[in-house]
Design a protein around this ligand. Sequence first.
Ligand SMILES: C[S@@+](CC[C@H](N)C(=O)[O-])C[C@H]1O[C@@H](n2cnc3c(N)ncnc32)[C@H](O)[C@@H]1O
Length: 285
Amino acid sequence: MRAIGLLGNDHSMPADAVRKYVQINHMLELLKAPLIDLRGRHKHLAILDAGCGSSYLTFLLAWYLKHKLPGDFPGGFLIAGIDTNKALIEKSRSMASILGLESHMHFEVASTSDFKWDELLARRPVLADFKRPHMVVGLHACDTATDEAMGLGLAAGAEVLAASPCCQAELAGKWRELSQSPEGRTHPMAPAFQSPELRRTIAAEMTDMMRVLLLRASGYETTATEFVESRHSPKNRLILAFKRGRFSKDAAEAYVKLKDHLGGSSIRLEFLVSDEVRELTAGNR
Ligand SMILES: C[S@@+](CC[C@H](N)C(=O)[O-])C[C@H]1O[C@@H](n2cnc3c(N)ncnc32)[C@H](O)[C@@H]1O
């Protein structure tokens, strides 16, 4: 914790670090059971942290897997962190080597919008055993980066997706446009479309509801829970999804109904689900 900057040299923990520590610690608690479950089924484990930032969660996961998880992944584990911030990625690389975790970690300057696991393997043949990520995590990745993190997990067939959404501007932006149209002005949701405050907060909540339905439609058992008390972070919702079946027509239909009810605007994740699910949910906004 000193190396990654959560503890000071005198072992004190500043207030901001306490908040971050509580968040990642709770997140790790929730990921423990899925990690144990993955250990029973895979020789190698790969995790992708999308929008890893300062990589607190990334390092805590690596530390947990190396030192705490009972048993082992016989083929080893890999945690890849991607972020668009070059300085933070370079810092994470150097921390991985200070902590002796470099053989288990890979950091890359990349955007969630165009990162491809296969291309990573092509660039780094030494990682070839880690054929796909089994778990994708995204802690407070900005706006649609959360959708893209989930999309990366869906595309890879990851067994576990865990995302705590951050600022959500996409749907609110579409509602702002809608508020200018004759259709939007007479829509039952018009008061929300027109008020910046209602628009921002309601659109954020609805975005998460739409995400949950799209993940369920994609065959994931999905929950949205409060993972830390709001005094530790106002962004305290965790969307946790476990791959179970092929896809759910009922959930896809529920998504379409909800979307229509809200004025017809789509969210980014709708364009990242499989073609099968996409056909059932296709929208044009
Ligand atoms: C609020 S920080 C959270 C960082 C970290 N996950 C944590 O919880 O400490 C959001 C991070 O997402 C990164 N980010 C935003 N959009 C991104 C994108 N499209 N692709 C990759 N990283 C992105 C930012 O650079 C930033 O480091």
